[in-house]
Unconditional design. Structure first.
Ligand SMILES: Nc1nc2c(ncn2[C@@H]2O[C@H](COP(=O)(O)OP(=O)(O)OP(=O)(O)O)[C@@H](O)[C@H]2O)c(=O)[nH]1
Length: 389
């Protein structure tokens, strides 16, 4: 980032301290770069919001039939009641059939159905009401039916959406409104149409902003929940979730998946000689060193005290060996006495080692790391042949 943009960013984060990090800003615009664990948690939240909305609408939609019955003539109220019960059934099925799966496309589909039900109801009820000449109270209640698009766009605000997603959901509603105006152009009271359209756009903008601010909050919370506070790498719990996911994807697509189990050598000695704080600093330095030399898509997990897992997607054994050799060549930093820090490393790969599940893959990498320790430390074991010094 250039210095001016950097300065601007600092001003902005000064307004809202402790919220987003610079690299996360783009995540508010599109979901393309979202990390897998954020995407899963967001998908769950979106489906839960859809279910909440579906529950409320399934209850409230048929209840409004009482008002229709009081103010509208027969058979208008009965037709509206039938439409309301059909909408209620659709909302109830959405509630029954959609459970959070952690898949973002399932969440998008649930949202699309949620918005489609009132949209269909809106078009059908408007054309039905248009064929009656209503006056007085019934005209006032009938006019209320025209506000459904406003409710839909305002409803967007309860979802933690990116700017792009809000635009994609809102644009069919705005376009349909424009199209309806264009079709009725001859009979249109255009100043009030333009005023209403302006209001719709304003509500869309406020909803998009509300969605993005929910998302920003969520990004910060997920970051805190999945990261190890000392090193900033993934914590063991989120690492397990991530490896489980990566293993399932690799197995489904028959792709390689390599894991390097990395254990710092003689770490207890650092703690004993220089104190726990110096030990903490060494751990933070190691992750900074390793992090600098990671490929995009590789993930570092703090598995235990001075144990780390490097998860390498779409990487076979020889590629993993090359990646680990690169890390060792760059070094893991130095001890407080300036001696180079070393690590013992075990590598396992899903397909070549025929691991049945992610736990056996990690266990195998762990056993090989142990063999590297037994073989004299500062070495790599990647198969059942003797260790490479
Ligand atoms: N400073 C610091 N030390 C930790 C942390 N977590 C674990 N440790 C220490 O790491 C040390 C690990 O020691 P060992 O398992 O004996 O391993 P080692 O001394 O590295 O010896 P080898 O692995 O056999 O080379 C223990 O003394 C733990 O107390 C931490 O977060 N900070």
């Amino acid at each position: 980032m250039n210095p001016l943009a950097d300065q601007l960013w600092h001003r902005l984060t000064g307004i809202m301290p402790g919220e987003l990090k610079q690299a996360e800003l783009g995540w508010l615009a599109t979901p393309l770069r979202h990390q897998m664990l954020l995407a899963r948690r967001r998908a769950t939240l979106i489906v839960n919001r859809v279910r909440l909305f579906a529950f409320l609408f399934a209850l409230l939609t048929p209840m409004w039939s009482i008002v229709d019955f009081v103010v509208f003539p027969f058979p208008l109220w009965i037709n509206l009641a039938l439409m309301r019960f059909a909408a209620c059934a659709a909302f109830a099925s959405l509630l029954v059939y959609y459970r959070p799966s952690g898949n973002l496309f399932d969440a998008y589909r649930a949202m699309a159905i949620l918005f489609a039900i009132p949209s269909v109801f809106y078009v059908a009820s408007r054309s039905l009401l248009g064929s009656y000449h209503l006056t007085g109270l019934s005209a006032a209640i009938g006019a209320g039916y025209a506000f459904l698009p406003f409710v839909l766009l305002a409803g967007l605000s309860i979802f933690p959406l990116t700017l792009l997603e809000s635009a994609v959901v809102a644009s069919p509603i705005l376009l349909a409104q424009l199209l309806a105006g264009y079709i009725n152009w001859a009979a249109l009271d255009w100043p009030s149409f333009a005023g209403a359209f302006w209001l719709l756009m304003l509500i869309t903008a406020v909803s998009a902003l509300a969605g993005m601010s929910q998302l920003a909050f969520m990004i910060a919370l997920v970051r805190q929940a999945i990261r190890d506070p000392l090193t900033g790498t993934f914590s063991r719990r989120s690492g397990e979730e991530l490896i489980d996911l990566q293993f399932t994807i690799a197995k489904r697509n028959n792709l390689p998946l390599a894991i390097a189990f990395l254990d710092i050598d003689h770490f207890k000695d650092i703690n004993d000689s220089f104190g726990h704080e110096a030990g903490d600093k060494v751990l933070a330095d190691v992750t900074a060193f390793v992090g600098k030399n990671l490929r995009r898509g590789d993930t570092l997990v703090r598995w235990g005290g001075e144990e780390f897992l490097l998860v390498m997607t779409n990487t076979d054994r020889s590629q993993a060996e090359a990646a680990v050799a690169r890390l060792r060549a760059a070094g893991f930093g130095t001890r407080p006495d300036k001696m180079p820090l070393t690590a013992s490393i075990g590598i396992a790969e899903r397909s070549v080692d025929q691991a049945a599940d992610w736990k056996s893959l990690v266990d195998l990498a762990d056993q090989r790391m142990y063999r590297a320790k037994q073989g004299g430390r500062d070495r790599v074991v990647s198969c059942d042949a003797p260790a490479v010094p």
